[in-house]
Write a new protein. Sequence first.
Length: 121
Amino acid sequence: MDLKIDWNELWKEKMELQSKTQMNTDCTNMWKRKESAKRFWEMSLENKDRIEKTLKGMPLTPESRVLDIGADPGNPAIPLTDRVAHVTAVEPAEGMKGVLKQNIETYEIGNIDCVCELPLN
């Protein structure tokens, strides 16, 4: 069975639902400040087991190409880069995007692209 998913449409639906439940606040507003995103990254490093458990449950191969939507500062995108051929990390929040790009540079990762703007409207 060949299942086809319209990811663009799914993303729009999720954003519309989020907007309705959050009184029309943009979910990226919480992560505008790089300092907040940095604290989030540091807390996630203390809880690596949760990420590892998630990754172990994924059917990944060294040839896999992964799309991480809402990549945060790189979890799970950064640990994925050791296991797959390529990761595309999508992160629209300014603070998260800044920490993600910094982490990509710090860890010298070459098989990840950070996409921060998509034509979703």
